[in-house]
Design a protein around this ligand. Structure first.
Ligand code: NAD
Length: 501
């Protein structure tokens, strides 16, 4: 019998309150079991991704399964280190005290995921939430049904059934779920729905991470190696048929560079996908009829098609397409394209490109192709985006030491690697005071009866607290001091001996 959202949340909360997820051994066991799930079900995952998006084995392995395996291994390896309390530096006034930062799990976490990388986006945040000691409810996207069914049916075979639960469904089910009180909500999806989720979270002051989308621009400088740049831009655009949150959305470049880009792109697309790209095994399909209608509409009344332009509704196929002579107010420039269509807008120089980007919502990613460091720096200093990749596309997402997330309308919060673990813990500050007389004396002037001299003493003590003494360096300083004294004394006695003789 399927549980209602209330029942799911209630049982997860009871599991959390029982303290089951707190021991690191429990978390490690769950993570290892999840890793086993990836290893034992690789074919099932590849099949689900084929059904939902016609993902090739290579793309599915590279962008979904391998990332998950690498991430979970990183979480398992570092779990003890990341979870242990931190000891921040202490000021002089607290020399006798203990200062600690505990990493408390939030409690019951809701993870709502999107359909474009349906396996990766469901499990990547969940891994960090488990490592951090939370109970998790996962809501996969209904738009990728085969992947959602894989998550629903497989996860309970590997993870604790009370602590980690899956709820499938569309808008009505998610709306019901959002009426419940969660301790953290991690949402991946569109900016529009992100606002709905944020409003629901606000009812209970629930902290959120919103991993949203947006129009990620590309600037190509005239000095760029156009062959390499074109390959890297097209690779980012054609991956998953453009249905990637950080896909290059549109290009800004000079007319001269546009012409070179289009000519090079025609050759590269033919080399990659042949004369009939619809027959290529390496191109994904648009996820649903509704999204096909939305994307294929851009092929009309948006500038001129420079290459591509074919589509087939029965197959949900849209050919990789480059549009030129596009105007800023054309429909294709209003919302995230999320399909294999790449408009080019010409600009005179980098300043015009920067102004164009700054006049729009902050994107999730920005791509700069240039060999000129001052030009690159100008973009980095004068624009705001979730992340930037210089001279490539998408690749910054693969580096787990870089936080991944948006800014402004492209989202809030970030994750990947240690940042995922940190997302799902509350950093609890703890000061353990000492009751001995030295500790008491240091700040005893705070007690009444108040007086001007006590105030001065207190201010002096507190002012001193501005100097943070890193106590861990004290032993080194002592050894250094001792060394100096010893060498001084040795020299003194040698000199004395010489004098006598
Ligand atoms: P979406 O916003 O339509 O749906 C996301 C999730 O929200 C789904 O699980 C869906 O069931 C749920 N949902 C939909 N309508 C809802 C409603 N009214 N109330 C409550 N929940 C609702 O997004 P999508 O179409 O699945 O994904 C595409 C978008 O996600 C793009 O904008 C893309 O850029 C973005 N995205 C962002 C990232 C990232 O990491 N920043 C990753 C992937 C996708």
């Amino acid at each position: 019998m399927t549980k209602t959202p209330q029942e799911i949340v209630k049982s997860a909360r009871e599991a959390f309150d029982s303290g089951k997820t707190i021991p690191l051994e429990f978390r490690e066991k769950q993570l290892k079991s999840l890793l086993r799930m990836y290893e034992e079900n690789e074919e099932e995952m590849l099949e689900a991704l084929k059904q939902d998006l016609n993902k090739s084995r290579m793309e599915a392995t590279l962008t979904e399964i391998s990332i998950l395996k690498m991430d979970i291994k990183e979480q398992i390896t570092n779990l003890k280190e990341w979870a242990k309390p931190e000891k921040p530096p202490k000021p002089v006034a607290n020399i006798m005290d203990e200062a600690l930062i505990y990493k408390d799990p939030y409690g019951v976490v809701l993870v709502i995921s999107a359909w474009n990388y349906p396996i990766n986006l469901a499990f990547l945040p969940v891994t960090g939430a488990i490592a951090a000691g939370n109970c998790v409810i996962i809501k996969p996207s209904e738009i990728s049904p085969a992947s959602a069914e894989f998550v629903r049916k497989t996860l309970p075979k590997y993870l604790d059934n009370e602590c980690y639960q899956v709820m499938c469904g569309g808008v009505p089910e998610t709306s019901q779920l959002l009426k419940e009180k969660f301790d953290y909500i991690f949402f991946t999806g569109s900016t529009h729905i992100g606002k709905i989720v944020y409003a629901a979270a606000n009812e209970n002051l629930t902290p959120v991470t919103l991993e949203l989308g947006g129009k990620s621009p590309v600037f190509i400088d005239d000095d760029t190696n156009i062959d390499v740049a074109t390959r890297r831009i097209l690779w980012g655009k054609c991956m998953n048929a453009g249905q990637t949150c950080i896909a290059p959305d549109y290009i800004l470049c000079s007319k001269k560079t546009q012409d070179k880009f289009v000519e090079t792109a025609k050759k590269i697309l033919k080399e990659w996908y042949g004369d009939n790209p619809q027959k290529s095994d390496d191109l994904c399909r648009i996820v649903s009829d509704q999204h096909f209608k939305r994307v294929s509409k851009y092929l009309k009344d948006n500038g001129k098609i420079a290459t591509g332009g074919k589509c087939d509704a029965d197959d949900k196929f849209v050919e990789p397409t480059i549009l030129i002579d596009v105007k800023p107010n054309d429909p294709v420039m209003q919302d995230e394209i999320f399909g294999p269509i790449l408009p080019i807008l010409t600009v005179h120089d980098s300043k015009e490109a920067i102004d164009f980007i700054r006049q729009r919502e902050k994107p999730l990613a920005m791509y700069i192709f240039s060999e000129n460091r001052p030009t690159i720096d100008k973009f980095l200093r004068n624009t705001s985006s979730g992340g930037v990749c210089v001279n490539d596309t998408l690749m910054h997402l693969g580096l787990s030491t870089l936080p991944f997330g948006g800014v402004g309308s492209s989202g809030m919060g970030h994750y990947h690697g240690k940042y995922t673990f940190d997302t799902f813990v509350h950093r609890k500050s703890i000061l353990v005071k000492n009751l001995n007389m030295i500790g008491e004396k240091i700040l005893s002037s705070r007690y009444p009866p108040y007086s001007q001299s006590k105030l001065k003493r207190l201010q002096m003590a507190l002012e001193k607290t501005q100097f943070e003494i890193k106590l861990k360096y004290v032993p080194y300083m002592l050894i250094f001091g001792l060394g100096l004294i010893t060498s001084f004394l040795a020299r003194y006695f040698v000199e004395k001996q010489k004098f006598r003789s």
